[in-house]
Design a protein around this ligand. Structure first.
Ligand code: MRU
Length: 364
């Protein structure tokens, strides 16, 4: 996607040295655009844990490149397994991390140590390219939903609500939930996006709003609690969100607060769609509430806020009463029954085991 006219991906291999890896430091957005050069697996792990990169598909791709960096320094089996374990422990909820590392290891365990680094870069490149292509396909398969909503509106502006950031910054390119929105915008469909601010880390206010703004998509940032009210007043035609893990039965883990939006959508008859590449499906589990590990993050994310002051300086302030304890579960699970359907790279399907298997019959 483009930033001020220049095409970017969210992760890429250095074209000159051929081995180091570049990312956009998402902790600096929307205030400044800073490219970071990663040269060690520890730096890649730090980038994932510290949310310099975040979003399920992107952390999978960065972990794959982290393994490349490890193998460049030491291509023995022991070093490879150690690096994969370190990268795999960085964040627990998004299954793409495990998926990408398992895919890398499956190829590399069968590769001679002397050839491992080259094979790793080849596989990581494929993971990144496939993610970009899959997200583009998600855009194509989601586009009819927006076209139909525009037709229902008689050509009037379509309002879409989204939560967290599931745009191109959360993937290698295009995004998941935002891919259909970008395509609809390119095709001239008049649409507007309600952007949930997404406390505590504000991925909506900081990242989704920034992305949409850079692409000229009309949007409005709202407090997380505004969604139900907007839906009651007919101001949301459909909701589209991303996800960090979908179980084979169709339960959806996504950024904390997603479940409440799905409940409000059901109560108000608003379609609630979830967009995902197949790398986000965890075929090993069915019950999302029981079996998806929910990340507990630093409570400072709840008690503090960082932003820009009137002088342009960045400042972090405390927003809670001194001494009040805080808790910070980072994800929740929306049961399949509340999801209107999935938008995947192979098409759309009901949020159920039968629905997923209709698109991915090889998983029967
Ligand atoms: O904690 P984050 O910012 O990594 O959480 C990301 C989300 O919840 C996204 O909406 C999700 O990964 C979908 S990614 C396209």
């Amino acid at each position: 996607m483009r930033i001020d006219g220049t095409p970017y991906r969210s992760v890429w291999r250095d074209a000159e040295d051929g081995w180091s890896v570049h990312i956009l430091d998402q902790t600096r957005l929307p205030w400044s655009l800073e490219v970071l050069r990663l040269t060690t697996p520890e730096a890649a792990a730090h980038a994932i844990r510290g949310m310099q990169v975040r979003g399920a598909p992107l952390i999978g791709a960065v972990a794959a490149y982290g393994l490349c960096l490890a193998l460049r320094a030491d291509s023995t089996s022991a070093a490879m397994e150690r690096a994969a374990a370190m990268l795999g422990e960085t964040r627990p909820t998004a299954v793409n991390l495990r998926w990408a590392l398992e895919r890398m290891l499956t190829r590399l365990r069968n590769t001679a140590p002397a050839e491992r680094a080259a094979a790793a870069y080849d596989e990581a490149g494929r993971i990144a390219d496939e993610d970009a292509a899959q997200c583009e396909a998600i855009g194509r398969h989601g586009l009819p939903l927006l076209r139909e909503a525009a037709a229902r509106r008689g050509g009037q502006r379509v309002n879409v609500l989204t939560h967290c950031n599931a745009g191109w910054l959360a993937t290698v390119d295009w995004g998941t939930a935002l891919a259909p929105i970008y395509m609809a915008h390119e095709q001239g469909i008049d649409l507007h996006v309600w952007v949930d601010e997404t406390r505590p880390r504000n991925q909506g206010a900081a990242l989704t709003a920034w992305e949409l703004g850079k692409h000229g998509v009309a949007h409005t940032v709202v407090a997380d609690n505004a969604g139900g009210h907007l839906m009651q007043h007919g101001k949301v035609d459909l909701a589209i969100v991303g996800t960090d893990r979908v179980t084979r039965a169709g339960d959806v883990a996504n950024k904390i607060g997603t479940y409440l939006k799905a409940l409000a959508a059901r109560d108000n008859g608003v379609p609630f769609w979830v967009a995902l590449p197949s790398s986000t499906i965890d075929w090993r589990i069915a019950d999302g509430v029981a079996d998806i590990p929910i990340e507990e993050r630093d409570t400072a994310e709840v008690t503090q806020l960082t932003g820009r002051t009137a002088t342009g300086a960045l400042a972090t302030i405390q927003v809670t009463a001194p001494g009040s304890p805080a808790a910070n579960p980072a994800f929740d699970v929306t049961p399949a029954r509340l999801v209107s359907g999935f938008i995947t790279e192979r098409g759309r399907c009901p949020a159920s085991e039968a629905g997923l298997l209709s698109l991915f019959p090889e998983r029967r």
